[in-house]
Every structure is written in C-alpha cells, then in structure tokens.
Design a protein around this ligand. Structure first.
Ligand SMILES: Cc1ncc(COP(=O)(O)O)c(C=O)c1O
Length: 411
C-alpha cells in the first residue's frame, strides 16, 4: 500500500488533465443564472411550442409497428440504418456532395465535437477558435489540455486575415501550428454573425497551406430568416480538410440528442472506431420515421417563421428601448443577438441588478478563453415569446440606464 493522502475522496485518482482544469469554469454554471421571476434571455433553447410532440409520437408508433423489438436493440433496425441516407439527401441540398460512408452519427453536436477532439488532439496541441465562441466547445477543448488561441469576429465572421498573420508568424518562428480551427460559420454563437463566402474559401486555403483541420459546426444554418446562404465550408472543400458537425437539436429538439459528422471516408472510419457501440439506435430510427414525406422540411419552414418573428421583435425592442451607447448585432438567422453595453459597464457585474430588474442574459466573458468580453452580453430570442422579449429588453434597458454614469450637462 502506498502512502497517498486519500482524504480528498477520489480526487487523487483523477486524470492529470481533470485535476488541472477542475477549478476552471464549468459548462452549465450559467444555469445558476436561472431565475423564476426573470425573463430568461440567457437560454439559447428552442421555444417549447416548437417541439413536434404529436408528430414524434406517431413516428414512434410507425417505427415500432415496422420494426418491433429491433427499434430498441443495439444498432437498431432498417430505419436507424437509413438515417445516414436522410442526412446525405439533405446535405446534397446544401451543396455538400457526400455518401453515407462519409457520415458518422453521434449523440448530438457536443458528442460530435468531442469525437473530433478525441481523434485529432494530443495534450499541448494548439486549437484556433473564434473569440468569442460557443462555451460548450471551449469546455470540450479544455478537457484535452490544449492551448486555445482566439481570433476576433467582425460583421463578416472570423477575422481570417488575423488567422493568416498568426499562422505565418508561428511558422516563421518555428512555433506550433494549430491542429484544429473551430468555427461556427452561420449565425455564430454568441454573436449571430455569418462568415462570408470569401473568408470560407480563404480558410480552406490556409488549412491546406499550414496543414490543419477546419472543424465546421453548423447547428443554425437552416434557421435563416433573411438573405441567401453562403456555401457550407464542407461544400467548398476540395482537399478533405473540413470536418463538418451538425445536429437535430435545433431543427427537431435538443432532447433527441442526435447529431452527425461529415468527413472523408477514412476519417469517418476512425470516428466509428473511437465511438464504437455509442451511436444512438432508437432516435436514429425515430428521426428517419419522422422525416418521411417532407415532414422535417415543413417543420424547419415553420420554425423559421416562429424564430423570425422573435428575432424581429428583439431588434425592434432594442431599437426603441435601449439607452444610447448600447450597440448590438443584427443576425439573419439563428438564436442570438450580441450586445455591447456603454463604456464603464461590466456585464458580469450588471447581471444581479438585471435579474432584479427582471431579465437574465449571459455575460460575454463566458464565451472567451481569456479575459475579453466584459462589456458584452449574449441575449437569445429563441426561447421566449414576443411579449416576453419586450418585457426582458425593457428590464435590460432599465438596468443599463441605472448603471450608466449620468453625464452632467455643462449649461
Ligand atoms: C455552436 C453550437 N454547437 C453545438 C451545440 C450543441 O449541440 P447539441 O445539442 O447537438 O449537442 C450548440 C448548442 O447550443 C451550439 O450553439
């Protein structure tokens, strides 16, 4: 028996990476912001009425009738197998020419990103991300003990020139080049901006020159309310550099916990190996059954109507209610608006007062790997009703007004 101090419970047996990251922020800590009496603009969740409960029930009945016990068995039955075809058909509609051998089904996009990390990342590797970026992805990258470098985002998405400069500098200095660059090209979480087509092309060129993988995460691309979609990065990818992650969380429901990866066949074989036995079987079959007869497409059209109304309401409400000095993004789709408060306001410090005033949001600092974003906040129009949006923005405006130092007039 060794003389290890065991007074810490099982902590001394945790992996080195977990011990190094365990005191850092925890994904989900934001749930503590939940407050029964405040309008939850913090929630990047779909609105409850958007869930197709009745259709899923009848899809489940059809599935059990067609497949009996197979529907719930490891691997599932024919419907589960057919999901890859459902995905390929819809990927083709968006310009991605792939086969079922280039699809790996996962338990949602989070599990898909984790699968990509498991496959490509070693401790000490470098990952490039947008700054800000989806905090769930930051949490996953931290689990792999990698160095994270964040690059600014402007109205056209990730600042690809800054990425190109950093790559050239690292290369010239003999410093490590990134293994992965993670991007959310459409209606980015948290800013709502979309990466321009030119920047998508440029990123692919850089990935080829400097030998890294582009991890394209696109949960919101189909939820577009204005304008035309730039081609997905994967659709432009002639060299197999892009690994594309997607999910049914926003087009059906998050509880479905089913997502997928599109990549080269040889890479998909590695994902299959890494996740062997882990693919959902029942929900794969259920989604195939649900998607029959154009039901999924009709549901997405309906979702766009519901979210567009909410997006419009939030932008109008910000325009009419927010005090001068506050600015915000105007997304063409997705769930999020990114707000910048007037000089002197710290979004984390303002939050308790905002909750007292009747609204929750996510402070911008949650979305950075470093200490940026203090004046920013993500507000989401996806979860609440249009009248609640007005109520929430009114509360936000009053909290900002109360916190803004008043400028004394000279005369
Ligand atoms: C950019 C991004 N990627 C992934 C996810 C998670 O997707 P899933 O529910 O499929 O795990 C989200 C959810 O908020 C997201 O915003």
């Amino acid at each position: 028996m060794d003389d290890t101090d065991r007074s810490d419970g099982l902590e001394h047996l945790y992996s080195e990476t977990v011990r190094e990251t365990m005191d850092g922020s925890v994904y989900g800590a934001w749930r503590s912001i939940r407050d029964a009496d405040a309008v939850p603009l913090s929630f990047g969740f779909p609105y409850p009425d958007s869930f197709p409960n009745g259709e899923l029930l009848s899809a489940a009945e059809s599935l059990f009738e067609a497949e009996g016990d197979c529907a719930l068995q490891y691997g599932g039955g024919e419907h589960a197998d057919a999901l890859s075809t459902v995905i390929v058909d819809r990927a083709r509609d968006r310009g991605i020419d792939c086969t079922t051998a280039e699809i790996h089904v996962t338990n949602g996009a989070t599990n898909a990103i984790d699968t990509v990390c498991q496959t490509f990342l070693d401790p000490g590797d470098t990952v490039f991300v947008e700054a800000p970026t989806f905090m769930g992805a930051l949490r996953l990258f931290r689990n792999y003990d990698v160095d994270i470098e964040g690059f600014d985002v402007d109205g056209d998405g990730l600042d690809v020139d800054a990425v190109a400069d950093a790559l050239a500098e690292r290369d010239a200095a003999g410093e490590p080049l990134p293994t992965l660059l993670y991007t959310i090209p459409n209606f980015h979480n948290p800013t709502g901006v979309t990466l321009s087509a030119e920047r998508r092309e440029r990123l692919l060129e850089l990935a080829e020159t400097y030998d890294f993988v582009i991890l394209e995460d696109d949960p919101y691309g189909q939820l577009r309310y204005d304008g035309a979609e730039p081609p997905p990065i994967k659709a432009l990818d002639g060299s197999g550099r892009a690994v594309r992650v997607n999910t049914f969380s926003k087009t059906i429901a998050p509880g479905i916990r089913t997502g997928w990866i599109v990549a080269e066949e040889s890479t998909i074989e590695q994902f299959d190996r890494v996740n062997a036995g882990g693919e959902p079987s029942f929900t794969r079959g259920l989604i195939t059954s649900y998607a029959a007869d154009g039901r999924l497409e009709r549901a997405v059209d309906k979702l766009c109507v519901g979210y567009e109304e909410r997006r419009d309401r939030m932008l109008e409400s910000l325009e009419t209610r927010m005090p001068p000095g506050t600015t915000w993004s105007e997304p063409d789709g997705g769930f999020f608006v990114w707000v910048e408060f007037p000089e002197g306001i710290d979004a984390e410090e303002l939050l308790p007062d905002a909750i007292d005033a009747g609204v929750t949001y996510l402070p911008g600092s949650f979305f950075y790997a470093d200490d940026r974003g203090t004046r920013r906040a993500r507000i989401s129009f996806s979860h609440v009703s249009p009248p609640e949006i007005d109520e929430g923005i009114e509360a936000l405006a009053s909290a900002v007004r109360a916190a803004t130092p008043t400028v004394e007039a000279d005369d």
